[in-house]
Design a protein around this ligand. Sequence first.
Ligand code: NAG
Ligand code: NAG
Ligand code: NAG
Ligand code: NAG
Ligand code: NAG
Ligand code: NAG
Length: 921
Amino acid sequence: MVVFSWTRSLRTGHRNRTGADFLDSSLVGKRINMERSFRLLLLLLIGTLVITHIVQAQSQQGFISLDCGLPANELSPYNEPETGLQFSSDATFIQTGKTGKTQATLERRLLKPYATLRYFPDGIRNCYNLKTEKGRSHLIRAWFVYGNYDGIDNSPKFDLYLGPNPWTTVDLHGQENGTRKEIFHIPISNSLQICLVKTGMTTPIISALEIRPMGNDSYITQSGSLKLFFRIYLTESKFYLRYSDDVYDRQWIAYFKKDWTHVNTTSDVGNINNYDPPKDALATAAIPTNASEPLTIEWTNSDNPSDQYYVYRHFAEIQELRTNETREFNMVWNGEVMSTEPVIPKKLEILTMYSQSPRICDEGKCKFQLIRTDRSTLPPLLNALEVYTVIQFPQSETDINDVVAIKNIEATYGLTRINWQGDPCVPQQFRWDALNCSNMDTSTPPRITSLNLSSSGLTGNIASAIQNLTQLVRLDLSNNNLTGEVPEFLGNIKSLLFINLSGNDLNGSIPQSLLQRQGLQLFRQGNPRLLPSESPTKPPGKSFPVVIVASVGSAAILIIVVVVLVLFLRKKKPTDEVIHPPPPSNVTYSYLPEPSIEMKKRRFPYSEVMKMTNNFERVVGEGGFGVVCHGTVNGSEQVAVKLLSQSSTQGYKEFKAEVDLLLRVHHTNLVSLVGYCDEGDHLALIYEYVPNGDLRQHLSGKGGKSIVNWGTRLRIAAEAALGLEYLHIGCTPPMVHRDVKTTNILLDEHYKAKLADFGLSRSFPVGGDSHVSTVIAGTPGYLDPEYYHTSRLGEKSDVYSFGIVLLEMISNQPVIDRNRAKSHITQWVGSQLNGGDIAKIMDPKLNGDYDSRSAWRALELAMSCADPTSAKRPTMSHVVIELKECLVTENSRRNMSRGMDSLSSPEVSMIFDSEMTPRAR
Ligand SMILES: *[C@@H]1O[C@H](CO)[C@@H](O)[C@H](O)[C@H]1NC(C)=O
Ligand SMILES: *[C@@H]1O[C@H](CO)[C@@H](O)[C@H](O)[C@H]1NC(C)=O
Ligand SMILES: *[C@@H]1O[C@H](CO)[C@@H](O)[C@H](O)[C@H]1NC(C)=O
Ligand SMILES: *[C@@H]1O[C@H](CO)[C@@H](O)[C@H](O)[C@H]1NC(C)=O
Ligand SMILES: *[C@@H]1O[C@H](CO)[C@@H](O)[C@H](O)[C@H]1NC(C)=O
Ligand SMILES: *[C@@H]1O[C@H](CO)[C@@H](O)[C@H](O)[C@H]1NC(C)=O
């Protein structure tokens, strides 16, 4: 809708063109000169006449041009004669849907690719799988022409998704000539899925799909992708341009207003920069007829008044200037000058202007103007203009290895499930049947945690691709016709807690690797050829065997006896050590055993851990030590249960000692340990649940997380500093965190900061590398440089890491960026400081909304914390005082500026509109 609706509100005043005219011309043909239009007329009249068109030998490298619904056995690929584009059938890019044809009257008016279509009567979500180049901006354009293909005259309405994210709604009501949707998007992997999602009674359709890789470094945004709002070239001609005039096949619509004068040139105009607009779009331009008037283009976007805009302006001087003539003008956005330097178009050479950050309009009313400067003798001139709005695609796709593995499993068993299309895990309402996934937040790729192919008619062996589902917790393959042996690799999936292989025809014996896995529940009855397993050898002292529900048979009875016996013995163990729910902390004990009281009353039996997590149902994350599950204790208190694998600990004793210590640490800015479990090989830590993600997510704005403002950042920093100060001086013995970083600062529902992951560093190597023995390698970039000489981490090492955190909060720069000349954040800030302009250092997402005194002070503090020499760094107590004072300054500014915010904004946007002109190639 938006793509064309602009024309309605755009004040054209010129022959009152409607959007439909544009669309129609765009569907019927591309730019047509006089002879061509005559030829087209013939084509329209005769309908079937084929006109050979000599296609320029331009490359269409990387282009994907799909004529949807063209049967694969018809001539495919073919050259579309008007555009010279090579279209092919979509049959190999989608497995579902049926093919249809628009009604003959419309079909004759349409270019061939838009006359056939694919429709999707089955399934809710149907997806195309396309290959793209990751990291490169791509034009993605989809065409939809209903054309009453089904004879029931009911225009479809449905949603379009890009991978797991909603892109737009397609509503063909009143669009007898069809519609198209277009974005610029940078895929993060080499594949792209475009999905049509049924939302009502009507059947989704698609006519054509066009993907074009764009030039290097073009159409870059601060965040999000670009949705086409309009793309025009200023000409009195009526025709629009696309391939091969435009090497990237963008479509440029002719636009003109009555108070303008048309100028054009027959000379060649240089069009090469990162954007390469068509030469023909640059060879024509508009100037205001009254030279003292501005050139104005305005529109109203009442549907989405808060949209953010990126505006690309293409200029080329195409008039012959006399020596006493100059053309120079300012670009003005809603009354504000956009760049510090006025524009002087280059003679017969392209000049493209754009802003690095998006712009907004008041109440959706936008006004773009060119106003000549006082010294200019000529009116302003504009050749072409592109306007896009920002569209966010926050949901991460499922982990790529999981996707490859599940597709492999699908292929191995020849599964054909209509809803196994698109992303396996997200969005949740379209999650593939038979799967369950962890999705903690939108910015983390979901993982497959459960696969249930029970009663799915599976034959053959247990698919080896299952081993690549490395976060799998539950696997149900029961009631199939699986044969062969139970594979060894199942024992290697560390996260597995439940396997049901019942009701198959497996043979051989259960591998040792499975039998030795503690806590794994394995069900195997109803496999007559499967040998009974021996009870695994029990490591003395600290484990209990796998629960095996064996096949019926004498050996099974024996095993059941063993199991019952073990359970019985376990029951008999005195349970007075385990008190649950934990009593209030003022309860006193008459005896003082080893370990401490605190420790005992917070100890949970493994069965309790399973219960609180509902059998580890909801995996909310994965750390270096193992998975983290969500749980509930006492019916309401939410907890995060970190399951530790014994192999990740340095030693059991240290683990106990540290847990003991941590249970005694209580501070509002520290994530507190609620309890723990150590039963046999089961180690788990139960923490309070902090619901709002980590600071890193909020800074990046990923996953729909809000960008926290400067005042809130200062408060969060002060709170994190308080937590750290408590570890350093408030608890006995003092503790060093050793891994302070933005991902370890969690935020609760009120955005209160809580430091996580402290104190375990002696028994657990930080960073998840279990081969590091006693050395603690903090996270690269945050690690105290003195550590490299001394191999010791003290309080001042935390101060260093905290300094890096502060720098991130101030600048939102990556801590280490190898593509940056100054790769470490301290070097980068140092180099920017030489310029003395704090605006260059501050996070652009703050939009200049901060008190520069508090910003300077925080920056100086951060740099002193990050001093390479530990002796020169302040203490955390000093840091806390400084941050609190920054916060006071910032808060008083906020209170003052309320009510005069309209005054402060022009100044701010002047600073941040760093206009860029791309270098000519
Ligand atoms: C569709 O195109 C035809 C032919 O150009 C035009 O007459 C008609 O108005 C268009 N319909 C709409 C709804 O725009
Ligand atoms: C041109 O514009 C100026 C400034 O708006 C105005 O004063 C002048 O009358 C206009 N000239 C004509 C010929 O309309
Ligand atoms: C520029 O010079 C031409 C003659 O060379 C003269 O006709 C014209 O008025 C001058 N224009 C300006 C703006 O001075
Ligand atoms: C798997 O699905 C079947 C029904 O399709 C259900 O009976 C069974 O309980 C499921 N298994 C698990 C482990 O949830
Ligand atoms: C598992 O993944 C690895 C790498 O991702 C791949 O090389 C291997 O072939 C996969 N194994 C199976 C059985 O799919
Ligand atoms: C395992 O699968 C069998 C066959 O579907 C079923 O009868 C049994 O209840 C399942 N066991 C569990 C614990 O889900």
